[in-house]
Design a protein around this ligand. Structure first.
Ligand code: PMP
Length: 450
């Protein structure tokens, strides 16, 4: 915990004043928008940006966007991975536009669907794919299939995970080990302990004990945690998870929505992981809505044969616009022309530069913080050493300190991912973009620890 709260409060007020002075047009639009949208935003989490109102975007290109206030920003948030490919990538925009002109949604497959599925199969080594409009929906579908084929009820998730708005995943462990809803969980449909088992990340004995009960249908996990800061897997964790799932007949889903930053086939391909199913989403269609899940031949067959054709439209897995022609055109173009294997080395190199820059500022000023890199993404946390699980990461959270650092960056034309201290590199992010962040971050740390 940063101790000098009076200093932090003074610095925060200075940044708020600076923001107010320089974001008048955003303020005007936000006041107008507030007439018909709670907090003036189209989705409630957009109210959580630091500052009195959100910045309104005018246009974006590559790793930059321009606000209606006439300010150019280096975008290290990139739509929290939705725009990891960079804003408006030309090849994806061309394919999407072209498909839009030929019709967008038919409830029938197009040739792009099989091409997109084949591209994903090649990357992740899983042969069988389905498409949704979001990663959330892909997760929801797989949880249903896993319960269906195993005949078991419970979902195992990692403490402090995030997998989208998936009811079963909003669970955490109380001090006494009970499964309880996470703070802020809006209207849970049933008590979380009825649907969910929770274990800490990297805790093999807890995972093995939970699966040994035989009540768990499915393990849903990210290969590395990315939504409570970055928490990397300890050596042996993934092998132990796979072995425990094999022993107990439990389905293993790895959610690669964020960890696609690690390489063209995510951590699954990079590290040779062997899930029964994989989830991807966000950026795969170049910035328009799309999600997908891939399955082993065996899991896909079990899921398919458990269903009657007659019931397939109302079985709980669906979405009228899922698999629409525009999303599929976007996926095909993005995977084959934008987010290619060749794009990754530079993205990862930029993240390494960002990590080195941030760590050197931390060290120079003696802040008890650390940075963790995962492929094209990196994140600092207010801990002297990398966290081992979600709880350790969560306990290091300091909301006011984080808000100050984010607003300080925003006032210097740099957008960080809200809700945590993450930076993401696109193929268009340059070394100069990273250097600008390093300089601004150094100033911010100096203001706190001078
Ligand atoms: N999985 C993970 C790991 C995520 O981080 C998120 C969103 N942050 C999702 C799934 C859900 O993505 P979406 O909100 O696009 O459905």
């Amino acid at each position: 915990m940063f101790e000098d709260r009076a200093l932090l409060a003074r610095l925060w007020r200075e940044e708020i004043d600076r923001f107010r002075d320089t974001h008048r047009e955003s303020e005007r639009l936000w006041r107008e928008a507030s007439a018909h949208m709670p907090d003036g935003v189209p989705m409630l989490w957009m109210a959580k940006w630091p500052g009195p109102w959100p910045v309104f975007v005018e246009r974006a290109d590559g790793a930059h966007f321009r606000s209606v206030d006439g300010i150019d920003h280096i975008d290290l948030c990139l739509g929290d991975t939705g725009a990891m490919v960079g804003h408006a990538p030309a090849a994806a925009v061309a394919a999407i536009t072209e498909q839009l002109q030929r019709g967008s949604t038919f409830m029938l497959p197009t040739v792009d669907a099989s091409a997109a599925a084949a591209l994903l199969a090649g990357r992740f080594g899983l042969p069988s794919w389905q498409f949704t409009l979001s990663a959330t929906d892909a997760n929801r579908a797989l949880l249903r299939y896993a319960r269906q084929v195993t005949g078991r009820r419970k979902v195992l998730v990692i403490d402090y995970c995030y997998h989208g708005s998936v009811d079963e995943a909003f669970a955490t462990l109380a001090e006494d080990g009970a499964v309880v809803p996470r703070r802020g969980n809006i209207g849970p449909p049933v008590p979380l302990a009825e649907t969910t088992v929770v274990v800490p990340f990297n805790d093999v004995p807890a995972l093995e004990a939970a699966l040994a009960t035989g009540e768990v249908a499915v393990v849903l996990a990210e290969p590395a945690m990315t939504n409570i800061g970055i928490v990397l897997p300890q050596p042996g964790w993934h092998d132990a998870v796979r072995a425990a799932c094999d022993r107990t007949g439990t389905v293993l889903i790895l959610d690669e929505t964020h960890t696609l930053c690690a390489g063209p086939g995510g951590m699954v391909a990079r590290d040779g992981l062997r899930p029964d199913a994989v989830v991807v989403g966000k950026t795969i269609a170049g910035g328009i809505p799309a999600g997908a899940y891939g399955m082993t031949a065996e899991f896909a067959e079990r899921a398919r044969t458990s269903l009657e054709l007659e019931d397939i439209d109302v079985g709980g897995v669906g979405g009228t616009l899922a698999g629409n022609a525009v999303s599929l055109a976007g996926i095909r173009a993005t995977l084959s022309e934008v987010l290619t294997a060749d794009a990754y080395p530079a993205m990862i190199e930029r993240a390494a530069e960002w990590t080195a820059g941030v760590q050197s500022a931390i060290d120079r000023h003696g802040a008890p913080w650390q940075v963790t890199q995962l492929g094209a993404r990196a994140e600092y946390s207010f801990l002297p050493r990398p966290p081992r699980d979600g709880r350790e990461a969560a306990e290091a959270d300091d909301f006011e300190l984080q808000q100050y650092l984010h607003l300080h960056a925003l006032n210097r034309g740099i957008l960080l991912t809200p809700f945590h201290n993450m930076a993401l590199m696109s193929p268009a992010t340059t070394a100069a973009d990273v250097a600008a962040h390093t300089a601004a971050f150094g100033e911010a740390v100096a203001s706190l620890y001078a």
